[in-house]
Design a binder for this molecule. Structure first.
Ligand code: SAM
Length: 362
């Protein structure tokens, strides 16, 4: 029988319940949201499937050991008993990261060198700071928990968005925002300030049933941990179209090139236009999702009031029947749209706290 592991999906802070929803929808269980992520269980195939398929997870960690240690000698002894060879390969260097909290072992560096030595003595893998495999060790209330990061490079790096503008959204966050807006791949999506095209690309991929991890590798490929190829769903066609616009022609070119790399250029369009020119495409209504500039990162707040006002007027007048999702860090700017928006709880976004503001345009 295949071994079942405790798996921890790291979530963008504030979006844990949405990642739990996504995990459940993809058949992962129990999908319990906790601060910082979502707990699931599964075998090696499930670990690979989580890396390949979850759009909202930042990383997939697998717990490999948990034991008490009151002092360094005890840590040393117990770390030597861990079955490192089941997880790590002798030829692949490993990086050990330790955090300690409310524990008698308070010196993270000393704990790190004990664990590195236990790995070198047992499996033979060398420790380096730029290793392809990372072990995350938490010592909390004298309980040592060791996890291995099976993703490697963070999962928002799908491998397609080579062009990025000044304030890009992470793909993981964009995917969870789309989920929060009720987007399930069955309606058109418009982003009138698309920058690098993150929302448009994610929406098109969801509609086409493309796995977010299809074009990248994972740290999993450098581990001894067995992770056979899981059974995966096939992609599908869609008659839907996904539209991005931006007044910056460089952004429009960059987003279009990103779409080609992602293989979604057949269903996406990108247009150089100011937001006041936005028009709904022909066909049924869908979702407008937008992440306008906000003062903390780009632009000047006073000018931005005019921009948000223009966005609100354009949407209210031309996008009847559409839903709106707007991501901004500034409540005053969101209100300046004049739309009847409802705010989400705060979401962490690169050192800022943003909210998702939503409404239906009737
Ligand atoms: C925060 S960025 C959007 C980032 C995007 N979500 C991404 O992931 O790359 C805001 C974008 O709004 C665009 N923008 C600013 N004023 C605009 C206007 N009046 N009309 C259209 N686009 C505008 C900027 O060029 C910028 O690309």
């Amino acid at each position: 029988m295949r071994r079942t592991h405790d798996i921890f999906l790291i979530a963008p802070p504030g979006l844990e319940p949405l990642l739990a929803e996504e995990a459940l929808a993809l058949g992962f269980a129990p999908a319990t949201p906790v601060p910082g992520g979502v707990e699931i269980r599964g075998d090696g195939a499930e670990i690979r499937r989580a890396n390949l398929m979850l759009r909202g997870a930042t990383r997939v960690l697998v717990r490999i050991a948990s034991f008490r240690a009151m002092h360094l000698a005890q840590l040393d002894k117990r770390a030597h008993k861990v079955d490192w060879a089941a997880i790590l390969r002798p030829d692949v260097p490993v990086r050990v990261e330790v955090t300690t909290r409310k524990s008698r072992i308070y010196h993270a560096g000393a704990a790190q060198s004990r664990i590195e030595r236990a790995i070198a003595d047992t499996v033979g893998a060398p420790a380096t700071s730029d290793a392809p495999v990372t072990l995350k060790v938490r010592i909390d209330d004298d309980l040592v928990t060791v996890s291995v990061d099976t993703s490697g490079e963070a999962l928002h790096r799908r491998g397609h968005k080579e062009w990025v503008g000044k304030a890009p959204l992470r793909e993981t966050m964009a995917a969870l925002v789309l989920r929060a807006c009720g987007y399930a791949g069955d309606e058109p999506v418009v982003d009138p300030m698309c920058g690098s095209g993150t929302f448009v690309l994610e929406a098109a991929e969801i509609a086409l049933g493309l796995m977010p991890g299809r074009d990248r590798r994972f740290a999993l490929d450098d581990l001894a941990l067995e992770s056979p190829a899981p059974v995966l769903p096939a992609s599908r066609d869609t008659a839907l179209r996904f539209h991005g616009a931006d007044r910056d022609t460089g952004a429009v070119r960059g987003a279009a090139a990103n779409a080609v790399r992602a293989g979604v250029d057949g269903v996406t369009t990108f247009t150089a236009a100011p937001v006041s020119d936005a028009q709904p495409p022909e066909g049924p209504p869908g979702l407008v999702v937008v992440n306008p500039p906000y003062g903390a990162r780009i632009g000047n707040r006073r000018q931005l009031f005019g921009l948000y006002g223009a966005l609100g007027v354009t949407l209210a007048q031309r996008f009847r029947g559409w839903r709106v999702g707007l991501v901004t860090s500034d409540d005053g700017l969101a209100r300046a749209t004049g739309l009847d928006l409802t705010a989400s709880a705060p979401i962490a976004h690169g050192g800022l706290r943003v909210k998702l503001w939503q409404c239906d345009l009737s």
